[in-house]
Design a protein around this ligand. Structure first.
Ligand code: Z5A
Length: 221
């Protein structure tokens, strides 16, 4: 008999502040999937496609004399997502392959909506349009207090001197982002699991695996 988890792909997104540990925990979840022989694709936003990766360079590193406007930034994230969902996410899920995605629609709500102050209703419509209404089966939000996030960023910056546009935003901006993720988790407890990342990596990983197993177990039979 086929393992239940291989019959239908699960769509998992990771969200959270900068340095919350998304990449770290995605790598660990990959190992878990490999051990369980679950077929998956690993992808990210902005990016995940050729077009998306070109957009990623603009939104992260554009340094021309005129800055990217907030509105253009929103549409660039949406354009990257529209391509990504159609080219990568939906085709993988249709084949029964799971998708692990580093950031998705909740980032747009948190960063462009709550932190930049763009119209949340419009963002809701745009997210739906870009994603064809495909919501993740499970969203893991890794939560980190702003002071811990800053400490990790400073540690990382000792090694990497190149900071991107959004990283360079002020502390108040990042506090708004964190509060937005808390709000999203409260509003959608079935889809979204908020996991504190201010703990040893193994403890965080164990909670993520539990959340993934519960989400798979809740698929309709
Ligand atoms: N963005 C947006 O505005 N709107 C959108 O719609 C979308 C995105 C889709 C993408 O940046 C930017 O785009 C992002 C939001 C915006 N900008 N910001 N800010 P990105 O993909 O380049 O970067 P990121 O998503 O912010 O991820 P990151 O900075 O690379 O961090 P991370 O992946 O969450 O963390 P990490 O690399 O796994 O860990 C960071 C460090 O912490 C590392 O040294 C680890 O060893 C350490 N770490 C991790 N876990 C622990 C624990 N538990 N204890 C101690 N240390 C730990």
């Amino acid at each position: 008999m086929k393992n239940k988890s291989t019959r239908r792909g699960i769509f998992i997104t990771f969200e959270g502040a900068e340095c919350a540990g998304k990449s770290t925990h995605i790598r660990l979840l990959e190992k878990y999937f490999q051990k369980k022989k679950i077929k998956y694709v690993l992808t990210r936003e902005p990016g995940g496609t050729e077009i998306g990766e070109e957009i990623r360079t603009i939104v992260k590193h554009h340094a021309g004399k005129n800055p990217v406007s907030d509105e253009a930034e929103l549409l660039l994230f949406a354009a990257s997502r529209a391509q990504h969902v159609r080219e990568v996410i939906i085709p993988a899920l249709q084949k029964g392959t799971s998708v692990i995605c580093d950031r998705f629609t909740d980032s747009t709500v948190a960063y462009q909506g709550h932190a930049r102050g763009l119209d949340l209703k419009f963002i809701g419509v745009l997210n739906k349009f870009a994603s064809i209404g495909r919501t993740p089966d499970l969203t893991v939000i890794l939560d980190l207090p702003p002071e811990e996030s800053r400490a990790r960023i400073m540690e990382r910056n000792k090694l990497d001197k190149v900071h991107d546009r959004i990283e360079n935003e002020r502390v108040a901006f990042h506090i708004k982002v964190r509060n937005a993720f808390l709000k999203i988790a409260r509003a959608e407890p079935k889809r979204v699991k908020m996991i504190s990342s201010d703990r040893p990596i193994e403890a965080v990983h164990n909670d993520i695996v539990k959340a993934v197993e519960n989400a798979i177990a809740s698929f309709p039979k």
